[in-house]
Write a protein that binds this ligand. Sequence first.
Ligand SMILES: NC(=O)C1=CN([C@@H]2O[C@H](COP(=O)(O)OP(=O)(O)OC[C@H]3O[C@@H](n4cnc5c(N)ncnc54)[C@H](O)[C@@H]3O)[C@@H](O)[C@H]2O)[C@@H](O)CC1
Ligand SMILES: [K+]
Length: 475
Amino acid sequence: MTGYYTAAQIRAAEEATGDLLSGGVLMVRAANAVAGTVLARLRRRGAGVYGRRVLLVVGAGNNGGDALFAGATLVRRGVRVEALLLDPDRAHRAGLSAFRRVGGRVTDGVPQTLDVAVDAVVGLGGRGPLRPQAAAVFDVIAQTGATVVAVDLPSGIDPDTGVVHQPSVRADVSVTFGAPRLAHLLAGPQCGEVVVADIGIDLPESSVDSPSNTEVAQWWPLPGPHDDKYSQGVVGIVAGSATYPGAAVLSTAAAVAATSGMTRYIGPAAEQVLAVCPEVVTAAGVGAAGRVQAWAIGPGIGTGDQAHELLADVLAADLPTLIDADGLTVLARDPGLLAGRAAPTLLTPHAGEFARLAGADPTPDRLTAVRALAERMNATVLLKGRITLVADPDGRVSGNDAGSSWAATAGAGDVLTGIAGALLSAGLPARAAGVAAARVHGLAAARASGGAPIGASALRAAVAPALRELSDLRE
Ligand SMILES: NC(=O)C1=CN([C@@H]2O[C@H](COP(=O)(O)OP(=O)(O)OC[C@H]3O[C@@H](n4cnc5c(N)ncnc54)[C@H](O)[C@@H]3O)[C@@H](O)[C@H]2O)[C@@H](O)CC1
Ligand SMILES: [K+]
């Protein structure tokens, strides 16, 4: 499990070491990590580091200090390093003298040929967008095709909310210290590869995390010698309508693919569902479904009285329940439907459904927004997006970076509903079910796509291969 931290948590951990920043041991360790990352990237771009060109873009704080000390190390390795000081009078003194002492040069412009640019404009102290001067420098850097290495995090990104201000730096790699910051999850695509260097600080457990693929693989319910169709979970899917039979097929088929448990289907699209998945057991209504261990309701059910009745019936059963799509629109109109529930509830809105439930758009600060809605609804809320966030009412959040945006296609949400519903029925807690489903959904999308656009059917068909790949990671 990777934990993500606020700037305040990181600063507190650094203070606890008693190290006085100005060229102290923490900064030396941070600088060594930056130098190591730059050297690795130089080698990746071609043989040897001697004579290769690196530009440090240095701001007014300790972030710039890290880069200047790293620059000194690089100069000693024979790298041609220049420093562009955005605010020369406030550049880190000890760092600048260390850099100059070994022959590092200060420059006013961006060299025409450049291997690596180091973004050390701001780190944890950064607020708001890149200032115009820095933005102009990075525009020129972009034309050189240099690899961009961000010190700590790309400048122009808020460390705690991950809000990507405009303009801001887009990095190929971010080298950070002690533990990743919230921005490395929330603005993952902007950070590139994240390298976490151990600088010897101790952090408490984080309330925001992301599981590894191996952890997701280990959570996944796979049948053992004593399992039967019931012990792997029975999920009841309530989805589809005469107008939207596809939603029923996609969510039910995804549930079938996700676990070896049993899948029941309730709704008017039984014929279409059975044509694709003859193993599904259909029933005329929620009450007639027989044994069910979790419900997943919502995709394509409509938003009228009948949908309301279905949702009320499902919620009254007080079993673990996932609510998606039309189900969320119905719930937004009548949030009292959740009153008195003891079993876990997992709401899976996209941004539009989220706004209906919360009364406001979840952006720009998605983390705060999803936590607030989870607390208010007393339910686990999964906010969909390239970065999926799953918040429990107590404020703990798990996140998943889909790694690509191929799943941004109609019907993909129905597939997620089926996967997460199956996991709920197997007994996974709502937050784990949500984030694990999002992970497999993202892996399946990448697999199905291979670089080309995909539809939700292809995504659904790639769930099994993605799970096969994951199961190789189980210990
Ligand atoms: N605290 C510690 O013990 C350690 C800190 N380290 C480094 O120190 C960094 C934090 O240093 P600082 O607290 O000095 O802060 P920064 O270096 O992030 O920012 C410095 C100053 O830049 C100005 N600023 C804010 N937003 C700006 C913007 N958008 N454009 C231009 N200027 C802006 C502010 O005056 C701010 O105080 C970390 O990100 C990390 O790189 C590392 O050396 C490891 C140890
Ligand atoms: K930076």
